[in-house]
Design a protein around this ligand. Structure first.
Ligand SMILES: [Zn+2]
Length: 345
């Protein structure tokens, strides 16, 4: 570690949770920062000795430093809707409260909502998130660029189904596909590579087979991800069972039409049976488990069984009106926890 005039700060006397290959935890560790990069991590004595000319040297007094958290299911557009849909079932929540709200948003609303959501995410230690899907991705990107996040942004697409607001129900399958391709071309890998554009499918009740399969193919061709709510509530499974002629719910149907792929991030996935967990595992589908909305409205996913089957399960918060806060794991008040993120150089 050679000294360098570009070292802006050394944070020392901290418990450093490195999350490196050996999962080292340094009891009296330090981090040296140069610009927006971590220049060094090591025992305090070593880092302080290596960078005596750092612009700032901060004693963290034994506080914990760990990498930024990744929130894998966030609705940035819903931040302004906190509290508008308490104590109702999911279909009332969606058709009677959230869709009327979302469908009346302006681009400027989306920008403000993403900014406010992002500020709350940062406060709880999140530095990277996966957007579940809103209408104004360019405004999300504008806010994400300003806030410094890494984010996988998606537009929420729907080309069929009951309960859609009038200004959404005219969206054709071609419109849904084309708008996502345009967003990909415009924003993918922008903001120094911090912004990725994924493809978004709201849920199976609002997606034709053609939308599902073309989204699968285009996302695969572009080497990007798909974000979709899957098997959230029993009603969803019952509807699919009744209308698609299969013996269980959404996941059984998605397997039947060969939709499941390893680039699919399935949100919630509460109502899966054992064979369906096997379908996820075999295809390499990833799951975002949102404990707060699970406890509030959806029920709990079979997380233990998924993990035992080799399914990758991550954590998300869902949107503000499903959760009423944006904190993963109750870290919102964690004043003794500092988050540092960025690649080691
Ligand atoms: Zn969601």
């Amino acid at each position: 570690m050679a000294d360098s005039p570009t070292i802006d700060a050394v944070f020392h006397n901290a418990v450093i949770v490195t999350m490196d290959d050996a999962f080292r935890v340094l009891q009296d560790g330090a981090v040296a920062v140069a610009g927006d990069r971590i220049a060094a991590v090591g025992p305090s004595a070593d880092v302080l000795a290596a960078f005596p000319c750092a612009v700032q040297t901060l004693d963290l007094g034994g506080r914990i430093v760990l990498p930024g958290l990744v929130n894998t299911h966030v609705h940035t557009s819903q931040q302004l809707a906190r509290g508008i849909a308490d104590d109702v079932d999911l279909m009332t929540w969606l058709h009677g409260r959230i869709w009327p709200y979302e469908s009346h948003m302006t681009e400027e609303d989306s920008y403000a909502s993403t900014l406010l959501c992002g500020i709350e995410l940062i406060r709880s230690g999140v530095t990277c998130f996966a957007e579940a899907g809103g209408q104004f991705v360019s405004e999300m990107a504008r806010a994400v660029e300003l806030l410094g996040f890494r984010a996988c942004l998606t537009k929420s697409t729907m080309d069929c189904g009951d309960g859609l607001p009038p200004n959404w129900s005219c969206c054709s399958t071609d419109d849904c596909i084309q708008s996502q391709k345009e967003l990909y071309e415009k924003h993918h890998n922008t903001a120094d590579g911090r912004i990725r554009i994924w493809f978004g499918l709201r849920q199976i009740m609002n997606a034709t087979d053609r939308l599902l399969l073309e989204t699968r193919d285009i996302a695969q061709k572009l080497n990007t991800g798909i974000h979709m709510h899957i098997a959230e509530i029993p009603y969803e499974n019952q509807l699919i069972l009744r209308t698609k002629g299969i013996d269980h719910g959404t996941v059984t149907y998605l397997d039947k039409i060969d939709f499941l792929r390893s680039n699919l991030l399935a949100a919630h996935s509460v109502w899966l049976n054992v064979p369906e967990i096997g379908f996820f595992s075999k295809a390499g589908v990833k799951v975002s488990h949102c404990p707060a909305s699970a406890m509030r409205m959806l029920g709990f996913a079979p997380i233990r069984e998924m993990l035992d089957s080799g399914v990758c399960v991550s954590l998300g918060t869902d949107g503000a009106p499903s959760n009423n806060r944006m904190s993963i794991g109750g870290l919102g008040g964690g004043e003794s926890i500092y988050m540092v993120h960025g690649p080691l150089t």
